[in-house]
Design a protein around this ligand. Structure first.
Ligand SMILES: Cc1cc2nc3c(=O)[nH]c(=O)nc-3n(C[C@H](O)[C@H](O)[C@H](O)COP(=O)(O)O)c2cc1C
Length: 352
């Protein structure tokens, strides 16, 4: 079996090593980042977030960057993906942008209800004559089965509880979630490639996810320390500084409250580094006062982050494993190579 079964659909991805994907991260992974990842044998996703107004412009820029880096179109599509948060996104804006610049895949996340994805998938597939594949990020066994049977995505992204940013409030770590989904799909006779996300920071996490049944891996938090990430220095410095993510991060809705973001489905919250915003909320500060203090912190630039900061630092429990800023392409290659080395070493260790 080829190590990268996605190579047929996405031929710019390295054929002989497992697929490494950079997950869409709203306002952080834009064209330069996505193109760098794909130009280095990975699969980069440009984040559309929930307001797709700038998407057409962002994709036009990405197309220029891809051309400049010698990345050619495959089957008429840009060799990157676009991530959308369906709960707040306008399908018409998505279609306008994707018709102008077809992309290799669109990654859906957090619809108000899973049935909303049917129209999204149908319209996007029709608009690009199936050039654009459909990826759906889910977080439970029930979601995996429902999406697999209804939307029938080309790829299922299984998001475990360690992940940074938003995710379902109730879900398990990849260690248990992933194999249970693999078994549940197999029992129904459903074959869909699986990409694992949540807590994968290096080749060790990636090898583990493959051992659990994933066909490829997606990393978010690790790419917060990519050179191409659009991220404030204060935020990136926090990602490098903070360790022990089980106690230094938490999953909460307070960071949406202070940033005045409304509309996330109630089943979701967001994992970020514990800061003053969270602690004050926990100790009874009103939302109004917390919002006001957040606004003041926004005026402080990079010093708004830090142990006593109030600025939001979305990141996963793996944050302590992120120790240096590297070009996105180096991260891709490092994870790929480490994964193969670890799996080969394990195979030798237990060879009879
Ligand atoms: C800062 C940040 C922003 C994110 N934004 C999005 C997003 O816009 N769309 C999405 O589908 N997932 C988003 N995610 C979640 C990722 O898709 C992915 O599930 C997660 O990063 C994987 O876990 P990890 O951070 O431990 O690697 C975000 C994650 C982070 C850390």
């Amino acid at each position: 079996m080829t190590p990268n079964l996605f190579h047929t659909d996405y031929p710019w991805t390295s054929p002989d090593v497992p697929l490494v994907v950079s997950a869409p991260m709203m306002k952080i992974t834009l064209g330069r980042h996505a193109v760098s990842v794909s130009a280095n044998g990975g699969f980069g996703f440009l984040a559309g977030g929930f307001d797709l107004t700038p998407l057409a412009k962002d994709l036009a820029e990405a197309a220029e960057l891809a051309k400049a880096q010698g990345l050619s179109l495959h089957n008429g599509a840009l060799p990157i993906g676009v991530g959308v948060q369906n709960w707040g996104s306008d399908l018409r804006l998505a279609l306008d942008a994707i018709k102008k610049h077809p992309v290799a895949a669109v990654w859906f996340f957090a619809p108000k209800q899973l049935s909303d994805l049917l129209e999204w998938a149908r319209e996007i597939r029709a608009a690009t004559e199936n050039k654009t594949k459909i990826w759906v990020q889910i977080g439970t066994v029930a979601e995996a089965l429902e999406v697999a049977k209804t939307t029938k995505p080309d790829v299922l992204v299984v998001q475990g509880a360690d992940s940074g940013g938003h995710g379902l409030a109730h879900r398990a770590s990849l260690l248990t979630l992933l194999p249970e989904i693999v078994d549940a799909l197999a029992e129904e006779g459903i074959k869909i490639p699986i990409v694992a996300a949540g807590g994968i920071m290096d080749g060790r996490g990636s090898a583990a996810a493959l051992a659990l049944g994933a066909d490829g891996v997606a990393l978010g938090t690790r790419f917060l320390a990519a050179k191409e990430a659009v991220i404030a220095k204060g935020y990136q410095d926090e990602v490098l500084r903070v360790s022990d993510g089980g106690v230094s991060t938490t999953a909460t809705t307070i960071y949406d409250v202070v940033r005045n973001i409304h509309g996330w489905p109630e089943t979701y919250n967001g994992r970020g580094v514990i800061n003053r915003t969270y602690q004050d909320a926990k100790h009874g500060m009103s939302n109004d006062e917390n919002v006001q203090l957040y606004k003041e912190a926004m005026q402080q630039g990079d010093s708004g982050w830090g142990p006593d900061g109030r600025m939001t630092t979305y990141a996963g429990t793996g944050i302590g494993l992120v120790r240096e800023v590297l070009p996105a392409g180096d991260i891709v290659r490092q994870v790929q190579q480490e994964t193969v080395q670890i799996l080969q070493k394990s195979a030798k260790r237990f060879a009879s």
